[in-house]
Design a binder for this molecule. Sequence first.
Ligand SMILES: [Zn+2]
Ligand SMILES: [Zn+2]
Length: 372
Amino acid sequence: MNQRVKAAVLREIGAPLGIEEIELADPGPGELLVEIEAAGVCHSDLHYLQGGLRCPLPVVPGHEGAGRIVGMGPDVREGFSIGDRVALLWRPNCGRCAQCIAGRPIMCELGPVQAQSGGLLDGTSRMRDSHGETVHHLLGVSCFSERVVVPERSVVYVPDDIPPEIAAIAGCAVITGVGAVRNVVGSCLGDAIVVIGAGGVGLSALMGAAAAGAHPLIAVDVDEAKLSLAARVGATATVDGRDGDAVEQVLALVPGGVAWVIEAVGRPETMASAVSMLRPGGTAVAVGLGRVGQTFDVPINELVQRQKRVVGSLYGSSIPQLDLPRIFELYRSGALPLDLLLGERYPLERIGDAFEALQHESLGRSIVLPGA
Ligand SMILES: [Zn+2]
Ligand SMILES: [Zn+2]
């Protein structure tokens, strides 16, 4: 039985989100109906709203959400039950393609299919507007909605004691930042690490690097409030880009450069700075998305003569089914103080205000509560 739900719809690049009643089809084979408890407002959503990233329109955005299973299609195989709480993932893992088998589920071959079609894994949508026209899914999540239909391969179980807001941000910003440390940097006890950008992803990377024993651990941003938050989550030094060249400031703190830079901004200038901050043999890890087609310059001889490396990491290069339970455990233990990442809460109707706040450098992750 199809149902009507309230959702935020983007009809045109640059237009405000409209709150509409849309028709949601029943979950198909291997799909779940999830009632959204909380949805994070992320810069990647803003890229879609402004056209820096592209997706089929009209679309219900939101890719960082958590909720409760309230319905199940046939052939759900993962042992989920009605009432289970889940975090939603914006990359599915089919478990069968070459990338999934090789242990790189974030590179699952079905991910781009889902992203480009604006549908679920079969490329079709479960949403229609009041005129019967197709409304697309964003990355198979679309959590700026009261309820969603998602593939069971795109969710991870959430224990009852984890707050919905934490579960929501864990599925994107946190796993991206913590995962970059855990899965790309790896062992870093006593290594100098710089994190550029102290938003949700950057702060998560700082928490992960602090927990892993990186030292010194330097946060770079251009916002005083964000830098003081960075210090609270474990940065041993902060660099404000407005006080002069960030590269020079970092090299003054760590003569010779640092072993790792995690770049969570996604701009050409900050990517170039990341490479310049490295010591010989150091690695810059790009985790912040730029606009489609954006590039940056790397001096060739920095790569050859100083053996620097530049690598990319999507979604923390994680295996969400393994990494998310670990993140929840570390949150419980206090090693990842994720509550510090949370900002203001908004009902779905005020989602426009949440994006307004995001563009004016609001502190902490804004959270939309579609049930409020
Ligand atoms: Zn995100
Ligand atoms: Zn796959």
